[in-house]
Design a protein around this ligand. Structure first.
Ligand code: FAD
Ligand code: SIN
Length: 552
């Protein structure tokens, strides 16, 4: 089958909250193509449990949410971006509700009000949720809205392989200063053909990198594709060392596939963390005890596991009735029961798992990256709102707020492009010299090697020696993987493996460049935070730079 060329005003890569929100809005100004690598709903968004943080209670305030966010981020957050996130949040949540998202409610004194939950690091109840299935509800509402818009075409089972920038046009074009993006090469997973998608404005919304770790709450799509593509094209990437480990993934002795999350909202409803001796270990560590920010809780659990040589700790919500738990957490209740755990009677065995990436492709507060025409939103972006550690339920919020802000640029962006020369023509994808790989088992081994390496050497607690070892190993693995990529017939899996190796390298290099400990990055050889709080910024073919992003 021959390669095809697709054209639209906007190209959105990813169909989670960030991509769909932008697509719905941008369709007012032009045609939108959305490419997504599996089914439309396959995304981290669809798995979100706890909810969306926002100031909606009369006794809450923007200042409190801003301070909670900056504090959780260990002072590395960008205040301007955080203020935007918090102040624009309520408007975006109301919009989601207008589009049909239904959130849990309760009876208040003046009638029905949103039932606002509590999570770690929040000084108030401010989590809007749909029981413990918030992401599913948001994704449902957004996909329904998308299906009603004629200007949008959604391509399922389409994996973006690389961005169309000057780097695809040879070394001469590469040297000409500013980099521009004109679209992407996208693999049709069904036919195996790589097509060219041209657009005037491209939004990367490919989500996180959880799959780079052996144990993760993230589904299979989370392989860091957008970040790896942007890095290869020359974009600035930041804060990659800040991997958030969720403290409470369900521990199952023979766990395979993504770890099931036990939402922080369970602690928000009063669950207690206990060690295997039945002791409340968070009491002595932090004033917020079991509801301390995630970096702290995950690290303390890690210490408990090492101290007693046990595989898990426990989360105890048996203080609540079965009726309450089945209504508030139907998903968690049912899943635990499948494992033989009745959470109204038994403490839940839990263990930390890789959950969220705070860094990504650096953008300004309008989603603009360092590459012309290329925007980014959601988990693959680095807006600076999370600093060194994300506050719970600020991620879905980031997706809707910054996709809206990128959309506000869309009309002017199209207008300005219409005044400039037409978009570049890129050659069709070249598949010469590739062949069907016979030894898939080797690829599978490489995937497992990367995941285990990251888990063992670049996990919750790091050290210089472990990072150096990890760096050495990843360079060898990446070379091996690059070889497969060049020689084998292209497939979604090989694209993902290549990207996993790239993001693993970016995480390791960022962690090595940082010579202190802050937020989610803890290096036992440098346990203190440096006097000047700095961010690590990476760009292809350059050494990592330590700068302070978005200083205000
Ligand atoms: P995603 O929702 O992950 O969407 C990424 C999209 O990009 C997917 O459609 C994917 O298929 C597509 N894609 C990826 N690569 C390619 C490619 N190469 N080509 C084409 N398409 C591609 N956050 C909160 O704020 N509150 C919560 O309660 C919460 N709970 C969570 C629970 C779990 C179990 C998990 C895993 C995360 C949770 N998070 C929560 C985090 C939050 O869900 C994510 O950060 C957020 O949904 C990211 O949205 P996104 O649109 O950026 O990416
Ligand atoms: C959770 O429900 O604990 C996840 C919330 C989040 O990741 O923000």
């Amino acid at each position: 089958m021959k390669s095809k060329q697709f054209k639209s005003d906007f190209l959105v890569i990813g169909s989670g909250i960030a991509g769909l929100t932008f697509a719905i809005k941008a369709s007012r100004y032009g045609t939108v193509n959305i490419a997504t690598k599996k089914q439309d709903f396959d995304s981290n968004t669809n798995y979100a449990q706890g909810g969306i943080a926002s100031v909606l209670a009369p006794d809450d305030s923007f200042d409190r949410h801003i301070e909670d966010t900056l504090k959780a981020g260990a002072g590395l957050g960008n205040r301007t971006a955080v203020e935007i996130l918090v102040r624009e949040g309520p408007g975006r949540i109301r919009e989601l509700m207008e589009w049909g998202a239904q959130f849990s409610e309760r009876e208040g004194s003046g009638g029905t009000v949103l039932d606002l939950g509590r999570e770690g690091g929040h000084s108030m109840n401010r989590i809007v949720h749909a029981r413990d299935l918030t992401g599913k509800e948001v994704e449902r509402a957004l996909l329904k809205k998308v299906s009603e818009i004629k200007n949008i075409r959604l391509f399922e089972n389409h994996t973006a392989v690389d961005l169309l920038t000057e780097h695809q046009l040879g070394p001469k074009a590469k040297r000409r200063g500013t980099i521009h993006c004109y679209g992407a090469y996208i693999l049709d997973n069904t036919s195996g053909v790589v097509n060219t998608f041209n657009a005037k404005m491209i939004l990367l919304a490919t989500g996180g990198v959880g799959q780079v770790y052996l144990h993760t709450t993230n589904p299979e799509i989370a392989t860091g594709d957008g970040i790896a593509m942007a890095y290869r094209a020359g974009a600035l990437i930041g804060d990659m060392e800040f991997i958030q480990f969720h403290p409470t993934a369900l521990y199952t002795p023979k766990g395979t596939g993504p770890s099931f999350l036990i939402s922080e909202a369970v602690r928000g409803e009063g669950a207690l963390l206990l060690n295997t001796r039945g002791e409340r270990f968070m009491e002595r560590v932090h004033p917020l005890k079991d509801l301390a920010p995630r970096d702290i809780v995950a690290r303390v659990i890690d210490m408990e596991l090492k101290k007693y040589g046990v595989p898990n700790v426990y989360l105890d919500i048996t203080s609540k009735s079965k009726k309450f738990l089945m209504r508030r957490f139907p998903n968690i209740y049912a899943r635990c029961l499948q494992e033989g755990i009745d959470i109204s009677k038994d403490p839940i065995p839990v263990v930390p798992a890789a959950h969220y990436l705070c860094g990504g492709v650096i953008s300004d507060t309008n989603g603009k990256t360092s590459i012309e025409n290329l925007y980014v939103s959601g988990e693959s972006s680095c807006t600076g709102v999370h600093g060194a550690n994300r506050l719970a339920s600020n991620s879905l919020l980031e997706g809707i707020v910054f996709s809206h802000r990128a959309f506000l640029q869309a009309e002017e962006h199209l207008r300005s492009l219409n005044r400039k020369p037409a978009i570049q023509r890129f050659p069709n994808w070249n598949k010469e010299g590739t062949f069907d790989l016979e030894e898939w088992v080797l690829v599978q081994h490489d995937i497992e090697d990367v995941k285990r390496l990251m888990w063992d050497y670049v996990g919750i607690v790091r050290s210089d020696k472990r990072l150096q070892k990890a760096h050495k190993r990843i360079l060898m693995l990446a070379e091996d993987i690059h070889d497969y990529y060049k020689k084998s017939t292209i497939s979604s899996r090989i694209v993902e493996l290549r990207n996993l190796a790239t993001v693993a390298k970016l995480i390791i290099r960022s962690a090595m460049a940082r010579r202190d400990s802050i937020g989610l990055h803890y290096n036992s050889d440098h346990p203190r935070t440096g006097a000047r709080k700095m961010n690590v910024v990476l760009q292809a073919a350059h050494e990592p730079k330590l700068v302070r992003l978005g200083r205000d």
